[in-house]
Design a protein around this ligand. Structure first.
Ligand SMILES: [Zn+2]
Ligand SMILES: [Zn+2]
Length: 146
């Protein structure tokens, strides 16, 4: 069995577990995200339209908002980038961003359990997440520069 293939049944189950009604656009959007980590809205719309050609921009936006609100999807927006979405949630992972081309990759939590960075003074806040962005150059850009 190819573990990278996300079945429709699996997608429907994830929607139901998140308390969301199962609709064709929602299944298509979630399915597209499985193969497009850190995709922006345009990339997601393009992928969804290969399956559902008539789907509107608004329908995809609505799906992304519902997914984000339900915690099914995480929205990230590094400085200078448009909003990007990913279906890898709940593990408090971080991101590394290429300054040259904007490529984004996942970085596992630095140490231990969430939040992996303990604030020296939380100012009375109950912290449940630490978001870190590492900036640098991706392998391709570093090679092109060398
Ligand atoms: Zn790069
Ligand atoms: Zn990520």
């Amino acid at each position: 069995m190819d573990r990278h293939v996300t079945s429709t049944a699996d997608l429907r189950l994830r929607l139901r577990h998140a308390g969301l009604r199962v609709t064709r656009p929602r299944v298509a959007v979630l399915g597209a995200m499985a193969s497009l980590p850190h995709a922006d809205t345009d990339a997601i719309i393009g992928a969804v339209r290969r399956e559902l050609p008539a789907v509107s921009h608004q329908a995809v936006y609505d799906c992304l908002r519902a997914f984000t609100d339900a915690g099914l999807v995480r929205r990230i927006q590094p400085l200078g980038s448009v909003a990007r979405y990913e279906a890898r949630v709940g593990d408090n992972h971080h991101h590394v961003v290429c300054r040259s081309c904007g490529a984004i990759a996942d970085v596992d939590c630095a140490v231990g359990e969430t939040p992996c960075l303990t604030a020296s003074d939380a100012g009375g806040f109950e912290i449940d997440e630490a978001e870190v962005i590492y900036w640098g150059r991706c392998p391709d850009c570093a090679a092109a520069h060398a």
